[in-house]
Design a protein around this ligand. Structure first.
Ligand code: FAS
Ligand code: PHB
Length: 387
């Protein structure tokens, strides 16, 4: 088989790249190990930056987003018995974020690609990428029906996430990895209960961080800082709600509880692999970088990478490699800004195991400063609403 762009991974990065390339008349094949249903149901990110919303709208992907997305003009930071609102519209001259789950973005992308006759192979096995240092790289895998695909490409896009095979396919010595593992994880729940707040609450507490997010007027999404070595079995619903109640407690305010529909634990790390290209292999999204979810950046970074990659590949395939040659540097500028912001939000809001009073006082000072200084609040708002 032949195609112009072989894409590994049908997450937000791979699916959006396939769609943006199709808009430019460039054909692609997407290979995905999991089922369509699994990809659409995988609970992950929930917040889209202004620029991501505009990107999806301009690409004709925002019908449901415009109907169901919840536009938010700020967030709350809660600490030391107070809950303070940061007004993004005021601080950034009108920028907002939109709560629209990654599950919905993926559903919209898959529907759009399949409606356009896009080639998306789900439930493949044995994905291999080869001949990356030639102008005819090869993507091969076994399809769900047992047939084998040996696809000669002009380019391969590694959109296969942190645990994918594309980054490791780079020869030893090509990639430089910079990473931080955090001494805590997030336990996330999806609860069948209306949110108890109009906008997200990021809560700093002596027992650990908590986040109140949401998915719709009837569905809440909440997170709890937990020990990285804990398992979901240690967390029955009752214990989760009890802990959330303690961390969000505020006089005159109640946290509504309801049936837990889904729960999972996500480890937290900062991870950047450079460069994001080797020969005719281009990495995008989590395949190249991971941020702790405190800054709501992971999904937005993946979409932003692909917004740069699509025109770069278009040029490369037409014989003009300038954008492709600049791809990695262009993305890494934004990746490092988001990596720093996500680290800053995470270390400000989470309690390290064995944290001493010095750490506590530094964090509380930072929180007081961010919620009282317009300059400090503007910096958070600019980073949170996107670049
Ligand atoms: P993805 O990981 O989404 O997609 C990669 C795809 O490649 C997957 O479908 C995978 O099945 C497939 N794949 C892997 N190996 C393959 C192979 N060998 N062959 C074929 N296919 C292969 N971000 C936030 O902003 N907020 C959050 O709250 C948040 N929570 C998260 C929770 C979890 C558990 C995880 C893992 C991530 C979370 N993120 C969050 C970040 C997340 O949203 C990512 O940034 C986003 O999924 C990145 O999209 P992709 O780069 O497309 O990678
Ligand atoms: C979510 O709604 O899943 C969410 C929101 C903000 C974050 C992380 C996750 O910082």
């Amino acid at each position: 088989m032949r195609t112009q762009v072989g894409i590994v991974g049908a997450g937000p990065a791979g699916l959006l790249l396939s769609h943006l390339l199709a808009l430019r008349g460039i054909e692609s094949v997407v290979a995905e190990v999991r089922s369509r249903g699994h990809c659409e149901a995988r609970q992950r990110a929930g917040v889209l930056e202004d620029s991501s919303v505009r990107l999806l709208r301009e690409a004709g992907l925002a019908d449901r987003l415009d109907r169901l997305g919840l536009e938010h003009g700020g967030i709350y930071l809660q600490f030391a018995g107070q809950r303070r609102h940061l007004d993004f519209r005021d601080l950034t001259g009108g920028r907002t974020v939109t709560v629209y789950a990654q599950t919905e973005v993926v559903k919209d992308l898959i529907a759009k690609r399949l409606a356009a006759g896009g080639a998306v192979d789900f439930e493949v096995t044995g994905t291999v990428v080869d001949r990356l240092d030639t102008d005819r790289p090869v993507l091969s895998y076994t399809r769900a029906d047992g047939s084998t695909a040996q696809i000669v490409c002009d380019v391969i896009a590694g959109c296969d996430g942190f645990h994918g095979i594309c980054r490791p396919a780079m020869p030893d010595g090509v990639a430089t990895i910079r990473e931080r593992e955090y001494p805590y994880a997030w336990l996330g729940i999806l609860a069948d209960v209306p949110p108890s707040t109009d906008e997200l609450i990021y809560a700093y507490h002596s027992r650990g961080f908590a986040l109140h997010s949401m998915r719709s007027p009837t569905l809440s999404r909440l997170y709890l800082q937990v020990d990285p070595d804990t398992s979901i079995e240690n967390w029955p619903d009752e214990r989760i709600w009890d802990e959330l109640q303690q961390r969000f407690a505020l006089p005159g305010w109640d946290l509504r509880q309801g049936p837990v529909l889904d729960k999972n634990i996500t480890p937290m790390r900062s991870f950047v692999s450079t460069p994001m290209r080797y020969g005719r292999l281009f990495l995008a999204g989590d395949a190249a970088h991971i941020v702790p979810p405190t800054g709501a950046k992971g999904l937005n970074l993946a979409l932003a990478d692909v917004a740069v990659l699509a025109p770069a590949l278009d040029g490369l395939l037409r014989g003009d490699s300038r954008l492709a040659d600049e791809y990695s540097a262009t993305c890494l500028e934004r990746v490092w800004r988001a990596t720093h912001f996500s680290w800053w939000m995470t270390t400000m809001l989470h309690r390290s195991p064995g944290a001493d009073d010095m750490e506590t006082e530094l964090q509380l000072s930072q929180l007081r400063y961010v919620t009282t200084s317009r300059a400090a609040a503007t910096s958070l708002a600019e980073n949170y609403t996107g670049y």
